[in-house]
Design a protein around this ligand. Structure first.
Ligand SMILES: [Zn+2]
Length: 228
């Protein structure tokens, strides 16, 4: 796993060159945001390299490339010392309960043995992170805004394989994100909401992080509107 320190508090971990997880430094240790897949050992090693325990695992959405190491991690870590936080709506889909959500659930929704300790709702606070709604890619997709410096971890509400894009339309470099998107109109709305937060750094589920991202977000939203 490739590790890249983005800010004093934020480390990006990249598996197989295309899927990101993040370690967020807090006073009591680390919040791991997303888990990639088959990466438990590498994630644990990355936390050890920072000399801090993983206290929380917070998921942006329920797709397999983001929750895929969760069970492995929970087997290898002291489960009682780690809080698992999952978007409430995506937890219902993962557990097979969410029959009232319209439309086809796209993308991979693996069976997990791990039960979340906390079902996240927009407005919740996780350490320094504020939970922000950005449904569309999945029904329950969430982003995490670090209130210390306004860096924003978006999961797949934006991608940046080559350049920043909204997953509401297919792009040749990374068609997967749009294929896996549940509601394209909502994904575009959510991108606009995230832009309005005026983040200082955008840390996405797939691709590079973007500093001072607002102009690039505007351009991505404009392309998405033209494609809609
Ligand atoms: Zn996804």
């Amino acid at each position: 796993m490739k590790s890249r320190q983005l800010t004093a508090n934020l480390t990006q971990l990249t598996k197989l060159g295309f899927v990101n997880a993040y370690l967020v430094l807090e006073e009591d240790g680390l919040t791991l945001v997303d888990t990639a897949m088959n990466a438990a050992g590498e994630l644990i090693d990355a936390a050890a390299a920072l000399g801090q325990p993983i206290r929380r695992i917070a998921l942006t959405h329920g797709h397999g490339d983001h929750v895929g190491s969760l069970d492995q991690l929970c087997r290898r870590l002291d489960r009682a010392a780690v809080t698992v936080l999952m978007p409430a709506i995506d937890q219902r889909i993962l557990s097979g309960e969410a029959t009232d959500i319209p439309g086809r659930k796209r993308g991979s929704w693996p069976k997990l043995e791990t039960k979340a300790d906390v079902l996240l709702e927009p407005g919740d606070i996780v350490g320094s992170l504020e939970v922000v709604a950005c449904p569309g890619h999945t029904p329950g997709q969430l982003a995490f805004l670090d209130r210390r410096d306004r860096s924003l971890i978006t999961g797949d509400a934006f991608t940046a394989m080559g350049r920043l894009e909204v997953p509401s339309h297919g792009t040749p470099r990374f068609p997967l994100a749009a294929f896996a998107t549940w509601d394209r109109a909502q994904a575009l709305d959510s991108a606009t909401q995230l832009r309005a937060l005026e983040p200082t750094l955008l840390a996405v589920g797939h691709g590079h992080a973007t500093s001072a991202p607002v102009a690039d977000m505007d351009a991505a939203i404009a392309r998405a509107r033209r494609a809609a």
